[in-house]
Write a protein that binds this ligand. Structure first.
Ligand code: PLP
Length: 422
């Protein structure tokens, strides 16, 4: 559209996974009576205990004198004070920090933090220099591709692969021989646990990245949308890492509140202030109903408890079902590798030397009633040719055990015939 600005054109693009989602919705709608097993969803399952928690917090809010103040008045840009206090108290106690309210910003969902940050720290400076948004380990969250108004700023790095041939497992590692962080870097972003791969970068890897960035005063955003203490979707031991140039970013979406859009950024007051100004200009502040119920769920400790007792085991056991079914049904001689399931709500399957593209495989799977997400959409900012990009699938853990079993058995058959045909 010639009437749109550069930014207008950029923002009206359907990028990454959103383009696929359009095809999936179309497929489900026009499926001609076919019963699809949909393993594409990023939408969390509504778990009864979690829904009840939010219902209880809402009832308490409705019954309190706070209600009018929460929804009938504007508040501060930074966020609703009782929520900020609850987070500061919880994190200070849990992780031995000294957070004050100046360290915390509440945003409408965590996606908006990445929009503010990639455009405040990344893009062209007033003197015309391009500041990069560095994704140190590709693949990573597809949303990072869409949020930056200067797409050429987003630069991702190929990972190193750690492969266990016999067990059909693999794990991505940051490739420090390639990763470059310099004065041209505006900010660094990665998810931990990672959507789409379920990877959890180790403490040492995170510290190494943060130290590299610190020498150039570069902020590092650690996307903790799946991390402890809530939603606690880590299946391996992990502790959040804090530091002067780290912005710890959280989301309540996978803790049962995606509809309310609550994101949380924790960091140095100078960095938080920059993001806050961005937010003031964009939307004044986050909606306060979600913040008010979150304040109660966090202050009482209920959210952290439900996260580790209910949410984590639910998805961890889905991953086990998926892994066991693949182990039983995938041909031993084929070079298939499941990424280590260390967290999040997805499994990531790599089919080495796959004779067709991931998009073609996605189409083949649709024919047997299985919908997954082709992996090539999860490499935002990785411009070089790399056949691996067309050899992966993201499989959601939001379906039932039976659906996951049946879908993985069908997938195993399709994959076998695809390799045989070549
Ligand atoms: N980051 C990661 C890694 C995600 O998977 C998601 C959503 O799926 C988001 C950020 C955005 O979450 P929200 O804006 O709902 O907080």
């Amino acid at each position: 559209n010639p009437n749109l600005s550069q930014f207008g054109t950029q923002m009206s693009n359907l990028t990454g996974v959103r383009a696929i989602m359009k095809d999936i919705i179309e497929t489900l709608r026009t499926g001609e009576g076919q019963d699809f097993i949909n393993l594409s969803a990023g939408n969390p399952v509504i778990l009864p205990e979690v829904e009840q928690l939010w219902r209880d917090c809402t009832e308490q809010l409705l019954a309190s004198s706070e209600y009018g103040e929460v929804i009938c008045r504007y508040g501060s840009s930074q966020g609703y004070q009782p929520l900020i206090e609850a987070i500061a108290n919880d994190f200070n106690q849990r992780y031995g920090l000294n957070l004050t309210e100046r360290n915390i910003l509440i945003t409408p969902g965590s996606q908006s933090i990445y929009f503010y940050a990639t455009n405040a720290f990344g893009g062209y400076t007033t003197s015309g220099k391009l500041k990069q948004v560095v994704l140190p380990l590709s693949p990573d969250y597809t949303g990072y591709g869409g949020v930056c108004l200067t797409p050429e700023a987003v630069v991702a790095y190929k990972p190193a692969l750690e492969i266990d041939e016999k067990a059909h497992h693999f794990k991505y590692r940051p490739d420090f021989s390639q990763l470059t962080i310099t004065e041209e870097t505006g900010c660094v972003i990665f998810s931990r646990p990672c959507n789409p791969t379920g990877n959890v970068l180790t403490q040492e890897e995170v510290k190494k990245i943060a130290d590299l960035a610190a020498s150039f005063d570069v902020p590092v955003l650690i996307d903790s949308a799946y991390a402890p203490p809530f939603p606690a979707l880590n299946f391996t031991e992990m502790t959040p890492v804090f530091g002067s140039n780290i912005i710890h970013c959280m989301s309540l979406s996978k803790a049962g509140l995606p509809g309310e859009r609550v994101g949380i950024a924790i960091g140095d007051p100078k960095l938080i202030g920059i993001l806050e100004s961005f937010q003031t200009n964009l939307c004044i502040h986050s909606p306060r109903y979600g913040q008010a119920i979150a304040a109660r769920a966090i202050a009482s400790g209920a959210l952290a408890k439900i996260s580790s007792n209910i949410i984590r085991p639910y998805y961890a056991s889905k991953f086990d079902v998926l892994e066991n079914t693949l182990d039983q049904s995938m041909p031993e001689e084929l070079p298939w590798f499941l990424h280590r399931g260390e967290g999040a709500i997805f499994a990531w399957l790599w089919l080495q030397d796959l004779p067709i593209t991931d998009w073609e495989l996605y189409q083949e799977l649709k024919k047997v009633g299985v919908i997954v997400v082709p992996g090539s959409t999860f490499f935002p900012g990785l411009r070089e040719d790399w056949s691996h990009k067309q050899q992966c699938l993201r499989i959601s853990l939001t379906a039932s055990n039976e659906e996951i079993e049946v879908a993985m058995q069908r997938l195993a058959k399709v994959v076998q015939s695809v390799y045989q045909r070549s």
